[in-house]
Write a protein that binds this ligand. Sequence first.
Ligand SMILES: C[S@@+](CC[C@H](N)C(=O)[O-])C[C@H]1O[C@@H](n2cnc3c(N)ncnc32)[C@H](O)[C@@H]1O
Length: 271
Amino acid sequence: MDFDPSTYQEISFDAILPAKDLIKQIKENNHDNKYPLVMDIGCGPGNTAKLLAKEINPEHIVGVDIDPDMIAFAKQHNAMANTDYYIQDISQEWNQWDKSLQKLAGKVSIIFSNYALHWVRESETATKNMAKLLSNNGIIVMNILYCGDIYRNAGTDERRAQLERQLRYPSEQQVIGQWVTAFKSAGLNRIDIKYWEPKSIYPVKVYDEFIQWPVNWYKQFLTDSTGNEDIDKVLRELILTDRARKMSEKSPKGEDLIEIKQELWNFVIRK
Ligand SMILES: C[S@@+](CC[C@H](N)C(=O)[O-])C[C@H]1O[C@@H](n2cnc3c(N)ncnc32)[C@H](O)[C@@H]1O
């Protein structure tokens, strides 16, 4: 994903509100208030592991992330006595997982994932792995971000047709439906879903960097990039049109501000 963990650490206030909302759902669904082992999937730089420690005080937290730089950063900046971080792709076949993580099969009481699973396309393998890790009364609490339907803002018919030829991203229905189907085929049928639209306000110059995340999400689905070298620019423009609102207020430092609407699906899944 080519994103510097320290930059992410700085701007991740964007992810904090959704993470807190997931923690609220954990508290509502785990009535005995005991958290022997919590796994944070796509833990990034370790911010959410720290938040989990503060909010629900688990006995043990294991953070996993596919990106070695994120894990190195988490170990250096967000290490805690009861926390371990591992490089691990959630969608890797189970028998290839890190051996220490394989030992956690059937032991994880809460699987938590904030702002990460929209990167995972092999949902069938990922959900099988989650089902394997979960303890008998375990709960999965996670969210999936949908980056938005930008075809509808593509303007003239010609431009829109060209974009649709070059970019075949899945619809929201496909993305969310695919996860529901995958959980069911992993034997997890007790699924509650909540849709909501958190809003974040950023200084414009911060958003200019952050917008590269959704741009990269769409670019995974490029079918043909020839003849459109400025695809990043086109995507930036369309994403902004789809979900941004320039604000008349300035930040206390006098910076221009922008409000971004997100489309987020929270899942709570019980074994
Ligand atoms: C936007 S960050 C979220 C970080 C953290 N959860 C937070 O809320 O601050 C998404 C993270 O998901 C990780 N990720 C993407 N695909 C993954 C996969 N297949 N397995 C594990 N982690 C993955 C990325 O490396 C990245 O660190």
